[in-house]
Design a binder for this molecule. Sequence first.
Ligand SMILES: [Fe+2]
Ligand SMILES: [Fe+2]
Length: 166
Amino acid sequence: MDETSDDPFAPLIGVHEDFVDKLTELEATLDEMMATRETREGNEIILDEAVRFFAEELMPHLRLEDEAVLPTLENAIGRYGTLVTVVMYEHEEIRRGVAKFDEAREDLRRDPNSWPVIQELNRHGIFLVQFLWDHFRKENTSLFPTARKVLSADAIRKITEQISAP
Ligand SMILES: [Fe+2]
Ligand SMILES: [Fe+2]
């Protein structure tokens, strides 16, 4: 899109969009498991893909924001009582949620059709889906607009270099 081509945060916003697709897929499989009260082969595949996605794509994304965006923004607006703290805390909450989801997924591997385990996995999975959806929206509509407004051209250039590096 033309209107976002000059946006230094376009790569992160694009990643958020891809992530939402992944989460929608996970949500659909959890809904199916709650309806059937069992774990079918197709569900197993999506659950394993979710575990891989959290570890290999989501965790590096949080780290990139922690290292490339938040410190620069903190220099400009401070940490306490600002969005910097909110986003930092939410990243910690997401990491805890992923650990719980992974644990429930392992429990389900041992006992694929246990109804309590399916419910537990669903609880952690749906929490993550909703929390992440809200988190990405907060970054897109508050964090990045604030950064665009308060950061110097130099600071923006530095962020752009870090987030577009391979
Ligand atoms: Fe984030
Ligand atoms: Fe993000």
